[in-house]
Design a protein around this ligand. Structure first.
Ligand code: FES
Ligand SMILES: [Fe+2]
Length: 362
């Protein structure tokens, strides 16, 4: 008997601003999102200000070495405090000069009268920056606006053990780019976990790929694209960088394309990890960050910059090929005649992500 068809979701999932608002509320602002890597903020005082699904956020390494995150909004009257990245000993508001320590506590607020003897009035300890939850795994730094959400390690489930032999905590970040993509965030997520499209969309780069699905527990899905040699770089020849020391036999069979729900992809090859992180901006607009890291020993090789440029070229070209395709798909989805179509057997991981979303959207 032929298997029952699994249909893709209703068109409104990709085109309705109301549905998008519901996803933001029920999913993105309650899930772990990716900031980047701890090694991108190596010294006390190093910070980067970013835009997120919950608004602007500052991520900063404190004097004690801990990385913390705060809403990037002054407790006085809400000005943005920092932009870009750099190093600060304290955070001063550009508007009326309230200033904060790197742990978020308020240092000073000019002309504000001190609290009275009974603690009434303005008490500095009440007006620190609003913290955003910030936890790490494998050198990756994650944020969450929901103070009741599961801790990161529980959220990851067996993703941490599956990727343990890649030793991501020993890697160093060497590259990142950001792309504006005019499509719904889910199109980027779906594209990242099926290799059905690679023979057509990536005919000139990575080409057709063979993949298998993994059974997972936790908030992630995974396919492994099978290849004896790293597919993080283009070409027939063996990849230029050595296999990660201690990599498991399972991991040596290919590249894990993981999707940590709702929108974080880690692509774990035999010699490196690169990631694609999707930030929903509007129902038909997303920002895609692509970054990459290598084992410290690899990044210290004398020829590293020359060879690594081949990886960056592959990551960017393939990401742009996908983004271009997905913008075309988004336009097609705007047809009033569009109806959900059936998934191929090579797209079963998509059905897992739909179920995950349905559970949260109710
Ligand atoms: S808004 Fe920041 S000090 Fe006034
Ligand atoms: Fe692709």
């Amino acid at each position: 008997m032929a298997p029952a068809l699994i249909l893709s979701p209703p068109t409104s999932w990709y085109t309705s601003a109301d549905h998008f608002a519901r996803e933001m509320e029920c999913v993105h602002r309650r899930s772990w999102i990716l900031f980047g890597r701890a090694d991108e903020l190596p010294k006390p005082g190093d910070y980067r200000a970013i835009d997120t699904v919950g608004g602007p956020v500052i991520v900063v390494r404190g004097e004690d070495g801990a990385i913390r995150a705060f809403a990037n909004t002054c407790r006085h009257r809400g000005s943005l405090l920092l932009s870009g990245s750099g190093n600060r000993r304290a955070i001063a508001c550009p508007y009326h000069a309230w200033s904060y320590r790197l742990d978020g506590s308020l240092i000073g607020a000019p002309t504000m009268p001190p609290a009275g003897p009974g603690g009434e009035g303005f008490r500095k300890q009440d007006w620190g920056l609003h913290p955003v939850r910030c936890e790490q795994w494998g050198g990756f730094v994650f944020l969450n606006f929901d103070h009741d959400a599961d801790d990161l390690v529980s959220y990851l489930g067996d993703m941490a053990s599956t990727l343990a032999s890649h030793r991501p905590e020993d890697m160093v970040t060497t590259w990142r780019i950001e792309l504006d993509v005019r499509c719904n965030w889910k199109l980027l997520v779906e594209n990242a976990i099926e290799a059905y499209h690679t023979g057509t969309v990536h005919a000139k780069t990575v080409g057709a790929q063979k993949s298998v699905e993994l059974n997972t527990t936790g908030n992630w899905v995974c396919i492994q694209v099978l290849s004896d040699t790293s597919i993080a770089v283009l070409g027939e020849a063996p990849a230029p960088f050595p296999t990660i020391a201690g990599l498991s036999d399972e991991a040596k069979r290919g590249t894990y394309f993981t999707m940590l729900m709702p929108a974080i992809q880690l692509a774990c090859a035999q010699d490196c990890i690169w990631w694609l992180d999707v930030r929903p901006v509007a129902v038909d607009r997303s920002v895609l960050t692509v970054g990459g890291c290598f084992p410290r020993a690899t990044a210290a090789l004398p020829d590293f910059p020359r060879h690594a440029a081949l990886y960056y070229d592959r990551w960017e070209r393939v990401a742009r090929e996908d983004a271009g395709m997905l913008e075309v798909q988004q336009v097609g989805l705007s047809s009033i005649a569009h109806t959900p179509g059936p998934l191929s057997p090579r797209e079963v991981a998509l059905a897992q992500t739909y179920r995950w979303l349905e559970e949260r959207l109710g």
